[in-house]
Design a protein around this ligand. Structure first.
Ligand SMILES: Nc1ncnc2c1ncn2[C@@H]1O[C@H](COP(=O)(O)OP(=O)(O)OP(=O)(O)O)[C@@H](O)[C@H]1O
Length: 245
């Protein structure tokens, strides 16, 4: 279980303190598929980075299965099962797709096993398994390889920040299926930062972040009508649902 207690994140801007996240309290139960959404600049990516240990909060604490992990860095959190999917895989000269997947599993695997992960993300495994991870791969291919390595890591919590960014419509359809599969197979906690309706549609739970604050959260069935404007607002109110009327 992940618990954020009174998380704030401030930055210095022109010698003034700017609050990017303001007093966020959030508890996520195990094995949930959570989508974090909200307007641009609301603080979603910052929240994801704070959970992954890429940023350290200015205030507040983060607990993972009861342990205070606030001061642990990204590697130490990864060892405890919190994994952040980068937009593209980390590259080292000469490393192949097979090497990456094997490294992610943390044990020796055969080519067939590695191919299973690639096939699951819609890549024709035999075309990719021996390829070097470099600029000759397209953005969509790199992203799917990153997702395959995340699946191979099989960690208790995985965070994806806008996985749909920069991929074409066809790859996007495929990506949705990959996430549906991850969900079905119960790959632990999955947190996705997204604006995409099709990703919101497969969430167990939706968290709305706006203006650095947690504005709402709840099961998909409750949140979708709010997000897509199907709730009654007081007459004359032009606010979106996450704004105060
Ligand atoms: N290190 C930083 N220094 C200054 N400003 C920052 C820093 N990190 C984030 N911000 C600002 O904080 C705000 C929230 O950024 P963040 O990337 O978390 O938003 P977001 O909700 O993920 O947005 P989007 O949907 O556009 O990706 C933005 O205005 C951003 O410019």
């Amino acid at each position: 279980m992940l618990e954020l207690r009174n998380i704030s994140f401030d930055v210095d801007e022109n010698s003034k303190t700017k609050g990017i996240l303001k007093n966020i309290n959030l508890t996520l139960e195990d094995n949930k598929f959570v989508v974090v959404t909200g307007p641009n600049g609301g603080g979603k990516s910052t929240l994801a980075k704070i959970i992954a240990g890429i940023e350290t909060p200015s205030q507040g604490q983060i607990f993972w299965n009861g342990e205070d992990i606030t001061q642990l860095n990204v590697t130490e959190r990864a060892k405890r099962g919190i994994s952040y999917a980068f937009q593209q895989p980390v590259r080292f000269k000469g490393i192949t797709v097979f090497d990456l997947i094997q490294l992610a599993t943390g044990k020796p695997i055969n080519v067939d096993k590695a191919c299973e992960y690639l096939s699951a993300v819609g890549l024709c495994a035999k075309d990719y398994i021996r390829r070097e991870v470099n600029a000759s791969l397209s953005g969509g291919e790199l992203k799917r390889i990153e997702i395959a390595t995340v699946m191979a890591r099989n960690t208790a919590m995985t965070i994806f920040d806008e996985p749909e960014a920069g991929i074409d419509l066809w790859s996007f359809q495929n990506l949705i299926q990959v996430f549906e599969k991850l969900h079905e197979q119960n790959h632990g906690n999955i947190m996705i930062i997204s604006h995409q309706e099709r990703i919101l549609n497969i969430a167990d739970e939706i968290v709305m972040i706006a203006d650095g604050q947690l504005r709402d959260r709840g099961p998909r069935e409750e949140m979708l009508p709010k997000i897509f404007g199907q709730i009654d607002r007081p007459e004359g109110c032009g606010c979106r649902y996450y704004e105060q009327c």
